[in-house]
Write a protein of this length. Sequence first.
Length: 171
Amino acid sequence: MAKTDYITNAELMPMIAEWQNALKTDKKAKMPEKLGAAIFLIATNFANRPNFSGYSYKEDMIQDGVLNCIKYLGSNFDPTRSNANAFSYITQSLYFSFIATIKGEKKEMIKKCHLIRHAHAHGLYSSEDTAHHREGDPMQVWLDYMENAMPPESESKVKKVRVKPKGGLPC
C-alpha cells in the first residue's frame, strides 16, 4: 500500500485473497494489518462524504462499518469471480452500516426526547427557572423545539396487525 490517502482495487484484491486462503486452513486466522488499515482508510474517507459528514457520532459509524466489513469480507466476498470488485464491496458494506447506525441513533434520540417530555410533564424536572419559564431557560427552549420537531408519543409509528379469522369464511 502506497503512502497516500486512498487505496485501489488492485491493491485490495491480493490482500483479501491472501487472507481468505489463510481462513481456509485456520478459521481464526488474523487479518493482515495492511488490509485492516486499508479498510479503516476507506471507511474514514467514506465518512467524510457530504451525506455522512455532519453527524456527531461519525466515529461510531466508522467503527461499526469496519466491524461489518471484517465480519463479512472473509466469508461472503468471492475474489475468484470475473467481475469481483473489493473496493465496491467494502464501500457498499460501509454505506449500509452507516445507514443502520444513523437509524439506530435516531431511534435512541426519539426515546430520549419522549423520556424528557414525560419527565417535564410530570414535574420530574426541577430547576429554579421552572416556575418562571423565562425565555433563556435552556430546558424550555429545548422543549419548545422538540414540540415542533418530534412527533407526539401517540403519533409514533406503531405496527398495526390485522387478525384474519381462521377456518374459512365466517357464517
